[in-house]
Design a protein around this ligand. Structure first.
Ligand code: PLP
Length: 385
């Protein structure tokens, strides 16, 4: 048996290490020229006009809420099947969260589930809608954007899973992050994501004013001006220290040059999973992908009716683990987290609950071999019998 296969893992190569070492020998440990170089290269890669590098993905979402002026008395809509941060960013600025249900087969917020969430909101302005491109599959952006506009809300894509994914809408292809339908798209460079900087994140937007605002708030809300005294600064607005170090941007820049290769390998591994899993359908199947989405999957999530199989998910997880195969569950629906239940009671979101009951994420990362995929699917098939 070869080594342990985690569900996700960074790919760090010698030239990445050399890039970090070179940055360490330079003059800047925190904000330096590599931050801007990383932003420029990232913006170009996803086809956006502006990119703002930030200390982590959660901070990008907080900055997006602040730049959009979301606050006390406002409502934000987030899908229940996501990481905690998608919802929490609304709370950071004092807004309330309404959870949208998801399609039980893709895990995505859809125009239908968003419509149901919006129809339950009364008396409070909806300021932001936060679709999540779960696993790497892209939400129906034009439809969600139209609904957001009709409600007077901004669309903020929480896109850490979807770097490298491409959507086709009205015959036009859009890399995720190009900002064609949203005010902001948010990315994370946590080690399990497609690019790794350790901690790190990026906001992209085509709105120059929003970009300037996010930049200001990233560093305490401090303004400096050429021509003033050299020590002068002013704080018109309250900001945070959400800066990302130059050293990490050197790693990000080095990783970004490999994005196409990482994405190609993720796509090839996904195709092999799909082929091998097809023999196990319908007892095990890949989460479904909308027709407009051409994903570079971050998460390889399968759906299994554990109840019908007469097997608990825990048994499957433990058995795979004993064979050196890591898994994860994405995600426990956020509307069931005690913090939200205590604040606003338990919402009835049957799609999210059905998704949660059946989902299991299997290993997927560029360094995996075809043999690793065969081993994972073989082990899963043997457990299911
Ligand atoms: C990873 C992730 C985040 C948060 O990113 P961090 O860099 O860990 O703060 C937010 N939303 C989703 C959907 C994520 O997967």
């Amino acid at each position: 048996m070869s080594g342990f296969l985690p569900y996700g893992r960074q790919t760090i190569e010698d030239d990445d290490i050399a890039a970090v070492a070179e940055a360490l020998r330079g003059d800047f440990l925190t904000t330096g020229p590599t931050v801007e170089a990383f932003e420029t290269a990232f913006a170009q890669k996803v086809g956006a006009q502006h990119a703002i590098a930030v200390s982590n993905g959660t901070a990008t979402l907080h900055l997006a809420m602040m730049a959009l002026g979301v606050g006390e008395g406002d409502v934000c809509v987030a899908p229940s099947v996501t990481f905690l941060a998608t919802a929490n960013c609304a709370r950071y600025v004092g807004a309330e969260v309404v959870f949208a249900d998801v399609d039980p087969d893709s895990g995505l917020m859809t125009p239908d589930t968003l419509g149901r969430a919006l129809s339950g909101i009364r008396g409070k302005p909806v300021k932001a809608i936060l679709p999540v491109h779960l696993r790497g599959d892209i939400c129906d952006l034009p439809a969600l954007k139209a609904m957001a506009s009709a409600s007077g809300a901004a669309l903020v894509e929480d896109a850490p899973h979807a770097l490298g994914s491409v959507g086709t809408f009205n015959g036009v292809t859009h890399p995720v992050g190009d900002g064609a339908y949203s005010s902001f798209a948010s990315f994370s460079f946590h080690p399990v994501k497609t690019l790794a900087t350790g901690e790190g994140g990026m906001l992209t937007t085509n709105d120059g004013e929003l970009a300037a605002k996010a930049r200001l708030l990233r560093s305490h809300g401090m303004v400096r001006q050429p021509g003033r005294d050299p020590w002068w600064y002013e704080m018109p607005e309250l900001g945070f220290n959400y800066r990302i170090p130059d050293v990490l941007c050197a790693l990000g820049l080095s990783q970004l040059a490999k994005l196409d290769r990482f994405v190609a390998r993720r796509r090839a591994l996904t195709a092999l999973y799909a082929k091998l899993l097809a023999e196990r359908a319908p007892r095990v199947r890949l989460a479904s992908s909308p027709a407009h989405s051409d994903p570079a999957l971050h998460l390889l999530t399968v759906l299994i009716d554990f109840e019908a199989e007469g097997l608990s998910r825990r048994t499957v997880v433990d058995s795979l683990k004993s064979q050196g195969i890591g898994t994860q569950v994405h995600y426990i629906p956020v509307h069931r987290q005690p913090y939200y239940v205590n604040r606003q009671g338990l919402a009835d979101l049957p799609g999210a609950d059905t998704w949660y009951a059946r989902c299991l994420t299997l290993p997927l990362y560029p360094a995996m071999t075809d043999g690793d995929v065969e081993r994972v699917v073989g082990a899963l098939a043997a457990i299911l019998g």
